[in-house]
Design a protein around this ligand. Structure first.
Ligand code: MN
Length: 201
């Protein structure tokens, strides 16, 4: 397994995620999970499996934890879009979801704002380290779920669509203890096209 390359410059997500946070989060934290995973799968039946399959099959413990964290971070880092549209004091309005995803969000939550409010609340309300996910089932029904530590929708047979990392390492350098503040800002860099492609894939 290789460390994924970021699809944008290290400072591209500022001011929502600083270059310093991104460099530690991707270059140190994720790199460590990748290194640990590679050590754990070497010479085992998992060595040639795709990452999602390892996550589905691994027993609870170090293998699941490291594979889960690689999957979670790979999906997290590739769902953002550069924030270079910020002009002066005006934050550019990122395009929201479109197509089937927009229809389904509005069907289940009424408005995108209502969806965001529940997503943020579940992120803030997750005790300890973990991830808040938007996921879908085989029928295309959406749900928002809290997962502790390295857990994720894939381990529960669901499709992972969008995730916010609520481990402290994701926000502490930029926001200190203010997890809620970071979650609110992250909407400014979500690339909904990516989320939509995951949903319809
Ligand atoms: Mn993280």
């Amino acid at each position: 397994m290789k460390l994924i390359e970021l699809p944008y410059a290290i400072d591209a997500l500022e001011p929502v995620i600083s270059a310093q946070t991104l460099s530690f989060h991707h270059g140190k934290h994720l790199q460590t999970y990748v290194d640990n995973l590679n050590k754990l799968i070497a010479g085992t039946e998992y060595e040639t499996m795709p990452l999602e399959q390892i996550v589905s099959k691994a027993p609870a413990g170090p293998l699941f934890n490291n594979a889960g964290q690689v999957l979670n971070h790979n999906m997290y880092f590739t769902q953002f879009k550069t924030h270079d549209q910020v002009v002066g004091d005006n934050k550019a309005v990122m395009p929201g979801p479109t197509g089937h995803l927009k229809v389904q969000i509005e069907k289940q939550w009424g408005t995108l704002d209502a969806f965001k409010a529940e997503f943020e609340a579940k992120g803030v309300g997750l005790f300890g380290s973990g991830w808040v996910w938007l996921q879908s089932d085989a029928a295309g029904e959406l749900s928002i779920a809290q997962y502790a530590n390295a857990d994720n929708p894939v381990a529960h047979g669901l499709k992972p669509l969008l995730t916010f990392d609520v481990w402290e390492h994701a926000y502490y350098l930029d926001y200190q203890n203010r997890r809620a503040a970071q979650l609110k800002e992250l909407w400014n860099i979500v690339d909904w096209k990516v989320v939509e492609n995951r949903y319809t894939a």
